[in-house]
Design a binder for this molecule. Sequence first.
Ligand code: ATP
Length: 590
Amino acid sequence: MADRAHSLAVSDRMFTRHGTGLFLLGALALALVLLGPLFLDRFTQNVLTRSMIYAMMAITVDLLWGYTGILTFGQSAFFGAGAYATALILTHIGGGMQNFALALALSVILPMVLAALVGWLSFYHKSTPLYASVISLVVPIVLTQAIFAGGSFTGSSSGLVGYPVMKLGAANYFRLAGVALILFAALSWIIVRSDAGRVLVAIRDNPLRAAYLGIRTQKVQILLMTVLGGIAGLCGFLYANAGRIVAPEIAGFGFGTQMIVWTALGGRASIFGPALGAIGIDYLGAQLSGSMPYVWQLIIGVLFVAMILFVPRGLVGLLPRRKHSGAAPALVALPDQRQESGRDALLTVSGLRKAYGNFVVLDGIDLKVRPGELISVVGPNGAGKTTLLRCLSDGTETIEGNITVVDKDIAGRPPEDIVALGIGRKFQVASVFESMTVAECLRLARTTHERPSLWHRASTIELPSAALEILALTGLNKKLGEPVSGLSHGMRQSLELAMVVAMQPRLILLDEPTAGLTKAERTLIGEVLKRLTQNLGYAAILIEHDIDFVKEISQRLVVLHQGRLVMDGSVEEVVNSELVRSIYSGMAHD
Ligand SMILES: Nc1ncnc2c1ncn2[C@@H]1O[C@H](COP(=O)(O)OP(=O)(O)OP(=O)(O)O)[C@@H](O)[C@H]1O
């Protein structure tokens, strides 16, 4: 309790420090947008109003692409849907408060529904990022064609113009767009720095690891897309009112691509970069495109290529790089919790068969794992060990036979659902989050236990003692604030192991967890695993090639050979078995 109170106090202080900077910046920007109309001519006000609306659109693209890794050309579709919903209502039903309110509501709801649909189509299980990007190209094309086909109803290629709009005047539209931009930028800035913002970056960095931490990546992506679709629609409402004209191009993928260019030039994953990129390019474009329409596009194109080649982080990349900020969070030990024991099997595998085309990798595997057991799977290279772990942790793998976890058939369940059943998996090649610090990775491993805040970053991380021991014995506890990209191979292995243990799964699947560690570190980690299983009732399946290590810590050994489970017995039985000797000596003769 005291720890939590302390953590909130520290976190509040950090939040206040960041908040003060943000507040000052916001106040300055607010003063500029409120006073701007006093010294800007009408043309400049109109252009900057549009630029600031575009800046909000660029931030939506940055949140999707820069932070979450969803390269989308389709934000224009949601913007166009919002703008056209507004223009159609005001053209065909007329102005007045009620109709403005109706237009406002529909300009948000319709794009949100469309975005939810696009998100659902784009992020089904095992869809690729390329597929999502292609969908994002198709949607604006379809929408633009629908507008063209709409005849006088949609204004076809001429668009809609001359409809009644909210009578605010150029100066107040400028102020409204400016205030909306400041609010949206500030909100986005707070969210991307929060723990929830780290979840977005986790999905960008390593969606597979995120899913295997139990994070429902597709749901997060669809939700984000839906919310940002609504915001794009709102921008469309503002645009249709301030500009008094809508044309099919605003819904097209050309405009969607322009937003990508603004974001890349300004600087991905920085919020302010894309906003300034949009304002700068749109404003300069308005000034210059009249006198040199084609050359201007050429300049932007060359600038884009040059930036991608020489300053991939965009304009913000020219600023001095900020070091990973602030004090690393404190680690707090959770009280040891015994997993419920009992005689029933946690995991039951019966008749498992897995084939890739005609190549049978696993055949006729039967296996039971009970609470408190540490089972090691041994066998020559290519015997099917990793494939077995993959089948146990991803129910969408095409297999024959049955796998049940605590009596629940895992067939059809994606990894995040299987995590919820209590299975944690450590991969053969350490799978962590490259752009994050050690502490951030650990925090993400606790996502399913502690809902990440949208507003702040917690200043403590609660971890089970076994995870703390792993961190301490490999020295990772002294590197909490350091980026993962600078860690050695062995350190990454230990970090991933600590992350999996931090999830407190009932059954831990470990694929060569100590590869890259020293003999002494291996022994110590072996002790931790032994304590976890024998004292605390966790179960573990371990793949290891170091037979001495395996002998020390395992209760049972399972031998896989050419996809078949050829032996399942005590360490003594297996190690002294003729069959096992012949398998390994046979391999030696290969
Ligand atoms: N996606 C795939 N498509 C086709 N074949 C595959 C695929 N994944 C694995 N295999 C094959 O299945 C066999 C078993 O692979 P697996 O990685 O499970 O073996 P392993 O026992 O873990 O080996 P190692 O000890 O070298 O890690 C290998 O012959 C491998 O080439």
